[in-house]
Design a protein around this ligand. Structure first.
Ligand code: SAM
Length: 237
């Protein structure tokens, strides 16, 4: 992967960035995504934010080597602290982290999202945390995507500001309202894999000493398995 040839995963994230956007890529270790977006003409300017010194230096080096220093500002900062009001950011990308971390970055930095038209988020796990944050913070899910690369399955969530609080039911929160509608083969594969793991864990918990915590964890797993069975039963009916 490099700034000309992104991974399939980052390429899909790039596809959702609106033309002419001013992009903030948070957690931008090599700044590949913002460099690509500048090179292909999608973005007009960008900020690459990194919390760790080493990856920040790599991002700076990449931007310099690509000759994009006048278009991409690289900042060493946690989350959305990399964004300043004068940047005029219209799209935020956060990819390759857990959903809970992405949701906490959005929660801590929500005061810096004014003027942002679109959030393009690619959680490696626990996308539900992002959907919960979106529903509670006036962002609606404009699109969702799912893809497989090198055996791993990734979800992408595209959020846009909504006028009011959005209600998502338990199924929509876990599986994604748009992904549920599409029910692609990759979606089915993802949840079949998850269900196999859940069933194995639930069985181990059933055979473990029954503390309050063990009982709760098993019940939560059984609830998720039941939801999944409902989704696939709906689809087969
Ligand atoms: N976004 C790239 C991608 O999808 O390929 C890099 C993903 S890499 C696994 C995650 C990067 O996010 C790391 O470089 C890490 O240092 C950075 N990171 C983690 N937490 C962060 C935070 N709160 N603020 C900014 N960067 C963060």
């Amino acid at each position: 992967m490099n700034a000309q040839q992104l991974s399939v995963r980052l390429m899909k994230v790039a596809e959702y960035v609106q033309a002419g956007a001013v992009v903030a890529d948070i957690g931008s270790d090599h700044a590949y995504l913002p460099c690509y977006l500048l090179h292909n003409g999608t973005a007009s300017r960008a900020v690459a934010g990194e919390i760790v010194k080493g990856p920040y230096e790599s991002a700076k080096k990449q931007v310099r080597e690509e000759g994009l220093e006048s278009k991409i500002t690289v900042r060493l900062a946690p989350g959305l602290e990399a964004v300043e009001p004068a940047d005029g950011i219209t799209a935020v990308t956060i990819a390759g982290m857990g959903g809970s971390l992405i949701a906490s970055i959005l929660e801590e930095g929500k005061g810096r999202l004014q003027g942002v038209e679109r959030l393009i988020l690619q959680p490696n796990v626990h996308a539900k945390a992002i959907r919960q944050w979106a529903a509670q913070n006036g962002w609606h899910i404009a699109a969702e995507d799912i893809l497989k690369e090198k055996g791993k399955i990734y979800e992408i969530l595209v959020l846009e500001p909504g006028a009011e609080e959005v209600q998502l039911d338990a199924k929509q929160l876990l599986f994604g309202p748009e992904l549920l509608k599409q029910q692609t083969d990759i979606f089915k594969e993802k949840w079949q894999r998850e269900a196999t793991q859940w069933r194995a864990i639930a069985e181990r918990l059933e055979n473990a000493q029954q503390t309050e915590d063990i009982r709760t964890r098993r019940e939560q797993l059984l609830e998720k398995i039941a939801l999944m069975e409902e989704v696939f039963a709906d689809e087969n009916s």
